[in-house]
Design a protein around this ligand. Sequence first.
Ligand code: UD1
Ligand code: CA
Length: 454
Amino acid sequence: MTDRSCLSIVLAAGEGTRMKSALPKVLHKVAGLPLVGHVVAAARGAGAGAGDIAVVVGRGAEEVRAAIDSKNGLLETFVQTERKGTGHAVLAARDAISRGYDDLLVLFGDTPLVQSDALLTGRDKLAGGAAVVVMGFRTDKPAGYGRLIEDNGALVAIREDKDCSEAERAITFCNGGLMAIAGEHALALLDAIGNDNAKGEYYLTDIVALARDRGLTVVAAEVNAQSVLGVNNRVELAEAEALWQTRRRHAAMIDGATLIAPETVFFSHDTVVGPDTIIEPNVFFGPGVTVDGGVTIHAFSHLEGAVIGKGAQIGPFARLRPGTELGDKSKVGNFCEVKKSKVGAGAKINHLSYIGDASIGAGSNIGAGTITCNYDGLNKFKTQIGERAFVGSNSSLVAPVSIGDGAYVASGSVITQDVPGDALAFGRARQKTMDGRAEDLRARQRSIKDASSK
Ligand code: UD1
Ligand code: CA
């Protein structure tokens, strides 16, 4: 990596009207992360330090700022109050640019598939002496994009779709929107941009011709179309999600996880999956999941905010909610929900349970249908279960309550008092069996029926 300083400017002042949403466009999510969050992450990966990312926001400035601040730490935001074009938007960050950087990267906040490699290519070319680097892509549907006008292999101008001649409109090499600009020339070029064009906007793309006029080196670098895919409506949002997921599944498999039907597994932007983990079909990861190695996640499981230890087994049809920690080789089986709970190594919750605000010691067995009653309608309470405890099927553990190491709870119990270690607790009515009384009962039932049918 070069030791040149770098400022990334992320343009996120788009109206986003085609999203038909109360939410600013760049806050719509792909893989659980706002679009602009993906772009900022790519900028970080390209070497811009934490203080060296400027996000230009417009509508919903406060919301955008809050979303980025909380997730990405230190970065600056600038407000573009009037939307007068991409060149004008970049200059909203004038104060940051004026600090003087070697490299300037311009990115669009609605291109979530952008990757650091493309940005690094741009920076390499700046280091090699270029003043402006434009990331272009090829497409057989160029309508709407700025066309890269080349002369003998050199980039001479970018012509916006609306300003193209008939011949220029046929060009299929287009501006992806990503640009790298040498810091020493940036302000002079940006300030020279005018708005004499079909849209009456200040086009960032004009700096190509402006730099050429000044005898500076301008080059185009080709990137794949995916990495500059812009999201303008919900259809494109779904397309970006699909492409992102395809990439992530591929990476998970390359890193040593088995995905039986990869196209049915959905990752979050921050999912971590260890090697030799097997993920069966139809598994969904919400944000904040870390899975160690050798884990099996059976079909139709939904995980969010959970840390899974080595060799654990989950599902099928399990739901792990935020704050779940599963120890090594533990098991959470079918139709179980676990929330904000710690499950010790080798512990088992195999069938039809709700475990919330609980801790379960190593080697304990939680029987089918066990419920932690953690909520009284107003407050939440904790359930503590020691090691090697056995909770019989269909028990209700009314929190706050604790069950000691090696304790045994009889099935069908409603446990409202603490159970000491190695104790046996019954929390249910004693069974009464009356010989022959079934026949008496049936006789009574028959006479009621006969009376009513008369
Ligand atoms: C732009 C490029 C075009 C390129 C295309 C790629 C210009 C003049 N044109 O066209 O060459 O092929 O992207 O997708 O740059 N923005 C602001 N403030 C503004 C205007 C725009 O923040 O005043 C932001 C938008 O939120 C968006 C980005 O800049 O993220 C691009 O703006 P947009 O109007 O979508 O440009 P295009 O016409 O698509
Ligand atoms: Ca656009």
